[in-house]
Design a protein around this ligand. Structure first.
Ligand code: AMP
Ligand code: ZN
Length: 484
């Protein structure tokens, strides 16, 4: 069973690798900015969602309970643009909402299909809120900001007054001199050069779906969505918040200004950002012909899991130059792991003797496992974690060629492989929680047997087996287990 492992991550706020210390020990409150669902996710988006899945698995595999919230951005400039194009000018508000919903439903479903294909399970999220279900909370938040003098209205739109928040620019390290207090931007996305008061609520324009509000009909700005959902679902002290690097400014800077402006105290302890994916050295774009979705890769015969592996074998804070060549190499590594698993699942003859002892398979497995987790706990160093796994695979293959490993040694290698594959290949139910559950049932069964309560012991055995676990009673009275 795993105790709580200490995990360090690079914190964009401090520009340092720092230990993550959850407010409630052992429980990680984690918020992730989700997709804007107006099209299929591209492989750059998926890189970011995969790094976040890895992060979560490193925490669960290290004994933490993770409360992960990821929103679905289902109202935003681009969504409105794409969903309203075909509606007649006279369409009413209900029809406009319905058109927006039809588009976002379609791409939300596609998004979860893609996630599942790359081993990110919807069930691993504690909350998956849609922005449009939180409009009342957004309105409340904006009213609080107004009450604190941090928001003002102009022509039915509401803007955040950055001059009223002295900390503005801390995350992105903006030069406060260059800020244009009083000037305002209406668009959700803008560059550093145009730092200015940003929009919280946009007055309805003709041809747009809208909600009623104290400021008249309108719709929320993008940034207020995440503050409202994060505060509502995870509360006013969040341990970790992540996204791709492009979100540092303005999105996350604005989230901080909104949430902390409202709370009056720090909101998120650790801000973690994943680097971008480039394709053949360039930013993906449809005009360059280097734009890929997961579906494009699958159509070309590539396996989604090889994609997951190709992404995760690179460190999340380094630019990743994606290529089909690299994807093929990832597939080859993956096959090596799978071949090793089949070999360990097979039987080898028990062999011993002095020659065998000199190789000491068990300590090697223990060391590799320790090195694997230590690397991941050190700012998700996946290349180093995989290096220790592959070194072990090489060593055990070589040894097994000469003197077959015992069943126990094979099982021990398989147990480590289970953990490694859970992290890298997204196996379900890998977590320390599941492991702890099995151990607890085995212990209860041992006690039942000691009390000669055979009926109870059998019942517990059935319960463990129903979880897909094979038990193995050993001669020394202990019980081993592995996944069926
Ligand atoms: P979006 O759906 O545009 O809101 O983006 C979803 C996530 O993908 C965000 O966390 C972005 O930071 C991230 N993202 C967008 N483009 C890339 C890219 N080329 N590489 C890595 N992450 C990206
Ligand atoms: Zn967000």
């Amino acid at each position: 069973m795993v105790g709580l492992r200490r995990i360090s991550l690079y914190n964009t706020l401090t520009r340092k690798v720092e230990p993550v210390q959850p407010v409630v020990p052992g429980e990680l409150r984690y918020y992730t900015c989700g997709p804007t669902v107006y099209n299929f996710a591209h492989i750059g988006n998926l890189r970011t969602f995969l790094f976040q899945d890895l992060l979560k698995r490193v925490f669960t595999g290290s004994g933490y309970r993770v409360r992960h919230c990821m929103n679905i951005t289902d109202v935003e400039d681009k969504i409105i643009r794409d969903s309203q194009m075909e509606l007649p000018a006279e369409a009413d508000n209900a029809a406009r909402h319905a058109a927006m919903r039809a588009l976002t439903d379609r791409f939300t479903a596609a998004f979860f299909q893609d996630l599942a294909a790359v081993g990110v399970e919807a069930s691993s999220f504690a909350h998956l809120p849609r922005a449009t279900d939180y409009v009342p909370q957004m309105i409340d938040l904006i009213r609080t900001l107004e009450g604190r003098g941090l928001a003002y209205t102009r022509e039915g739109s509401v803007y955040y007054r950055i001059a009223g928040f002295p900390d503005y620019g801390r995350l992105a390290r903006l030069d406060r001199e260059g800020m244009q207090a009083g000037a305002s931007v209406d668009s959700d996305e803008y560059e550093r050069e145009s730092v200015s008061d940003f929009v919280l609520w946009k007055a309805a324009r003709p041809g747009e779906p809208s909600w009623d509000s104290p400021w008249g009909p309108g719709r929320p700005g993008w940034h207020i969505e995440c503050s409202a959902m994060g505060l509502d679902l995870l509360g006013d002290r969040i341990d970790l918040h992540s996204g791709g690097v492009d979100l540092v400014f303005p999105h996350h800077e604005n989230e901080i200004a909104q949430s902390e402006g409202c709370l009056g105290h720090p909101w998120v302890n650790h801000w973690v950002h994943g680097e971008f994916l480039l394709v053949e050295g360039e930013k993906m774009s449809k005009s360059l012909g280097n734009f890929f979705t997961l579906r494009d890769l699958v159509d070309r015969g590539h396996e989604p899991m090889a994609f997951r592996y190709a992404i995760l074998s690179n460190h999340y804070r380094k630019l990743l130059n994606f290529s089909l060549e690299g994807l093929r190499a990832a597939k080859a590594s993956l096959e090596r792991v799978r071949a090793f698993r089949r070999r360990m699942e097979g039987t080898g003859e028990a062999a011993g003797g002095p020659w065998k002892e000199a190789f000491e398979p068990q300590p090697r497995i223990d060391l590799a496992r320790e090195a694997f987790w230590a690397a991941l706990a050190d700012d998700l160093n996946t290349p180093e974690a995989l290096a220790s796994l592959f070194k072990l695979i090489g060593d055990l293959n070589a040894l097994d060629d000469h003197v077959p490993l015992t069943r126990e040694e094979r099982d021990s290698a398989l147990a480590f492989l289970d953990e490694a594959q859970a992290v890298f290949l997204g196996w379900p139910r890998e977590s320390a929680q599941a492991e702890a559950e099995v151990e607890a049932l085995i212990e209860a069964r041992r006690r039942a047997k000691a009390e000669r309560n055979w009926a109870e012991a059998d019942r517990l055995r059935d319960q463990v087996q129903a979880m897909g676990i094979l038990l193995e009673d050993r001669k020394d009275g202990s019980t081993g287990w592995r996944r069926a």
